[in-house]
Design a protein around this ligand. Structure first.
Ligand SMILES: Cc1cc2nc3c(=O)[nH]c(=O)nc-3n(C[C@H](O)[C@H](O)[C@H](O)COP(=O)(O)OP(=O)(O)OC[C@H]3O[C@@H](n4cnc5c(N)ncnc54)[C@H](O)[C@@H]3O)c2cc1C
Length: 313
């Protein structure tokens, strides 16, 4: 809960850019999630720094959300000030081989910029929905390429809004679908990415090729959060879930996709509890059939109910 004094301070700082008791379902690709205590959308880095400082001063938890494409927010929501960076979306060419991008820039904005300027290297991101901040936090990628392959440096703010020293590529510990080791509560505000000069039609045709492959193999026209589980070494979570016979399995409005078994889709009215039940069913069936323990890739946010509570509801 946010006390009156903190509420007033947030209102004074952000005006219409802060919403209290804001339903998060509108801001996640699964269209699931209860309310955040507050949802803040700062206009600039300076305003972001002030928002973080204010929350720090009032002892309010903060959580930065990208475009919500890889999160499952609990039905009870988040007891935090959720901060979205969608206004921080600038892109600038800083040299022939480097572009500086703000963390709130979307995959669409970034790839459009690359096509317009005939820059190659980021085509793989065209079908990975989200923001640069989400790409970095998740080390997003496809089989052959991940964001770690192109990152030169990352700029961050500390949890209290202070600027932190830039982290250079050599000091970043990117791993499969995660970037561990950043200071707790810090927010990535931008990064420098490496590109090479190319020709616009060439960049566009590689994007088109990747997008049509995706459309043929993934459920792209229905709410989902992308891959629910990380692939285990030398195997694929989707293959294991399909082999366990779970494609098309439903819990309430949630369904293990009939197109790609590592996707859970919202067929309408699904709750976070429905999705968690499917996650547990898939985990158990795969462990039973193959002995492999699947780990979630999707970020579980907020207090999720225990399995016992879920079974009782
Ligand atoms: C249809 C579909 C297909 C997908 N395909 C792929 C794929 O091929 N490969 C792949 O890797 N992923 C894929 N995903 C997952 C998703 O697109 C990526 O994980 C993406 O990086 C999420 O970005 P986001 O901005 O939506 O992040 P969110 O989902 O909003 O957040 C993810 C995490 O990043 C953190 N975060 C976000 N911004 C910041 C920041 N500025 N500073 C610090 N932390 C931050 C959040 O706190 C959260 O923990 C897919 C998803 C969908 C729905």
């Amino acid at each position: 809960m946010i006390g009156q004094a903190a509420r007033r301070s947030l209102d004074d700082l952000l005006g219409e850019r802060v919403e209290f008791d804001a339903p998060l379902a509108r801001h996640t690709s699964l269209r699931i999630g209860g309310p955040a205590d507050a949802l803040a959308t700062p206009l600039s880095r300076t305003e972001l720094a002030k928002t973080l400082a204010l929350c720090h001063e009032h002892g309010l938890a903060t959580h930065v959300l990208g475009a919500g494409f890889n999160v499952l927010v609990s039905d009870a929501g988040l007891r935090a000030v959720v901060i979205r960076l969608k206004k921080l979306r600038g892109i600038e060419r800083v040299s022939q081989t480097t572009i500086a991008i703000e963390a709130g820039a979307s995959h669409a904005t970034i790839t459009r910029y690359c096509v317009e300027h005939g820059l190659s290297g980021l085509e793989f991101g065209a079908g990975i929905p989200g923001t640069l901040g989400g790409w970095l936090a998740m080390n997003a990628g496809i089989g052959v390429r991940e964001i770690k392959d192109v990152v030169e440096r990352i700029d961050l703010l500390a949890a209290d809004g202070q600027r932190l020293p830039t982290i250079e590529r050599e000091s970043l510990d990117f791993q499969y679908r995660t970037l561990p080791g950043l200071p707790k509560g810090s927010v990535m505000v931008g990064a420098h990415l490496a590109v090479t000069e190319s020709q616009r039609p060439k960049v566009q045709s590689e994007i088109d090729r990747l997008l049509s492959h995706r459309q043929a193999t993934q459920p792209t026209d229905i709410p989902s959060c992308g891959s629910v589980f990380r692939n285990p070494p030398d195997d694929f979570a989707g293959r294991l879930i399909e082999a366990a016979g779970l494609k098309g399995t439903r819990e309430g409005g949630a369904e293990i996709s009939t197109v790609h078994a590592n996707f859970i889709v919202n067929r309408g009215g699904a709750t976070a509890a429905d999705v968690l039940r499917l996650i547990e069913r898939a985990r158990k069936a795969v462990a039973h059939g193959s002995g492999i323990q699947l780990d979630t890739e999707v970020q579980l946010l907020g207090e999720q109910p225990s399995i016992l509570e879920m079974n009782a509801s």
